[in-house]
Design a protein around this ligand. Structure first.
Ligand SMILES: NC(=O)c1ccc[n+]([C@@H]2O[C@H](COP(=O)([O-])OP(=O)(O)OC[C@H]3O[C@@H](n4cnc5c(N)ncnc54)[C@H](OP(=O)(O)O)[C@@H]3O)[C@@H](O)[C@H]2O)c1
Length: 258
């Protein structure tokens, strides 16, 4: 199994989960990571020829493409680089296994939907509200050129291997320092724990599942409620979490509410 973005939030957790079952090679760009039981290597999606050589040499049976630029506001301000990594980079991934009988899994995002009505189905029209969402959708179009491919539109939470804070980590570390934090009471998501996504992927791979699926938790929470759950789970002071509206918060890129 080859995992791109192994230094990222999802990639490191998938590599850890699957190391018992597969011979895993994880590729990173700028953060070298060490995960017991897996091989790791540096490979830039934008160095097309050398990336393809690494993939050809390893010859994966399963390739999970997690590498992406994911910071939504950064993407809005750096659209050309985002297009290169998220769209052209995905094309490079697809081409790197074009002569192989490998199962390709592309991790897409709930951001391809506009977030107005909520409870989105795969049959709903996509209407990304920011450049990140658009680039993930355009990446999907590259992946759809390959028959043996699975696209999962998801939203994840979990623990990083590098020193950076995803939403759950940010909430926990701020509360641990007794800092007051604000949570959006009017932004709902159906985020899924990285290891639960790994378990779902495990089944999907065994089934040889292909096509396009939404993949999230069965219920939704506002970001404010999510913060309360994290706080309660870790026995922190939930009174430090204050509800606010996203409408009162200045963000560079537009976000959907549901
Ligand atoms: N986090 C979420 O809530 C969320 C929600 C929906 C969908 N997703 C999708 O899930 C996937 C994983 O997200 P994540 O949160 O794990 O991402 P992340 O933590 O931001 O990690 C991104 C990964 O991509 C690598 N990368 C960036 N540019 C690259 C390039 N030019 N060549 C090769 N590798 C490159 C990074 O490598 P270095 O760090 O080594 O530079 C890192 O390993 C992404 O496709 C994302 O769109 C995430």
């Amino acid at each position: 199994m080859l995992v791109t973005g192994v230094s990222g939030l999802l990639g490191n957790n998938l590599a850890s989960y699957f190391r018992e079952k597969y011979d895993v090679l994880g590729l990173y760009l700028s953060h070298s990571v060490d995960i017991e039981g897996i091989q790791t290597g540096k490979a830039d999606l934008l160095s097309e020829a050398s990336f393809k050589n690494i993939v050809q040499d390893f010859s994966p049976k399963i390739m999970i493409h997690c590498a992406s630029i994911t910071n939504i506001d950064y993407c809005e301000m750096n659209q050309e680089l985002t297009r290169l990594v998220n769209v052209f980079g995905t094309k490079v991934v697809v081409e790197s296994i074009k002569d192989k009988d490998a199962h390709l899994i592309y991790v897409s995002s709930d951001s391809v939907y506009d977030g107005y009505k909520g409870n989105f189905l795969e049959t709903d029209t996509v209407n990304p509200q920011n450049y990140y969402g658009l680039s993930k959708y355009q990446g999907e179009l590259e992946v759809q050129k390959r028959d043996k491919s699975l696209i999962l539109r998801t939203n994840i939470f979990g623990w990083n291997i590098q020193e950076k804070y995803s939403i759950a980590e940010w909430i926990l570390y701020e509360l641990a320092q007794k800092k007051q934090i604000k949570g959006f009471k009017d932004v709902y998501f159906s985020s899924i724990y990285t290891f639960d996504l790994a378990k779902i992927l495990d089944i999907a791979i065994d089934m040889g599942l292909t096509g396009l699926f939404n993949c999230g938790s069965s219920t939704s929470l506002s970001k404010y409620e999510f913060a309360l759950h994290i706080s309660d789970y870790f026995n922190m002071d939930r009174h430090l979490i204050k509800p606010i509206s996203i409408d009162d918060f200045k963000l560079r890129a537009k976000r959907g509410k549901k």
